[in-house]
Design a protein around this ligand. Sequence first.
Ligand code: CP
Ligand code: NVA
Length: 300
Amino acid sequence: MRHFLEIDDLTVQELELVLELSAATNLPKSLNGQGVALIFEKPSGRTRNSMEMAVVQLGGHPMYIKPEELGIDSRETAEDVVRVMAGYHAVLAARVFDHGRLERMAAANTMPVVNLLSDLAHPMQALADLLTIEQVIGLKKVGKVAYVGDANNVWRSLAIGCSMLGIQTSVASPAGHGPNLGDLERVQVAGGSIQVTEDPDEAVQGADVVYTDVWTSMGQEEETSQRLDAFSRFTVNSDLMAGANAGSVFMHCLPAHRGQEVTNEVIESPQSKVFLQAHNRMHSARGLLSWIVGEVAQHD
Ligand code: CP
Ligand code: NVA
């Protein structure tokens, strides 16, 4: 039984396999009438739609479940929820406020658990990001991937994923919003080198990809005004993009706040790959689900 709570739950070989599966358009209908429970404690456009369609494409039945229906840890424990769901569904996938809740569900070991975004990680996004980099530059050809902004869930999964594939990264964040020591260790253990700075210009120098995400993530809304101040020098604008390599691309997991972390000009420029990234969420979801269901079959 395998789980996917962070991208390094895969080995490097498994990550490469999932990316290959993600690029395939004729995968077997490995879900074949089985359910996939999709639990969302926070809103979602891309993740819900891409997961639902990926499940349908694999011959399965997606079931969207609102948190108030389950009442995880209020109506019943997270462990009991997953033990019950295992009788109906092949996979449980959840977007949660607290990563620990996913870990408890995975520890019950009754069905594969997939992270659809937590406070700590967004590995399904990282898969789509790597697939996009492969398509627009090539994973073997890409130089530095620069991330400008909050060292958040999206950054963490992307940095670890890049590191696993030997891609050099940089991260530029204001003081107090950069990676912690545990993050850096995890990125380095994964195998790559990372440049940490508080200077966006330094981070993008020599980069083939410039990536950013919102300054205030879901669950941090009460910090919005303090974050607007802290990140005011970290907008990805045309001047910053000009400091990256010629032919570099702009990436963002979306939703974007134009005028904050990115200017309208950059996100609408030919360098921007944000909608390809969003569309790749469905393809990479299909790849991951195929792999995780295959794993179950092999271990039964
Ligand atoms: N990028 C992403 O996860 O988008 P949603 O929050 O809309 O699912
Ligand atoms: N960092 C953002 C990503 C949204 C897809 C958040 O957690 O809200």
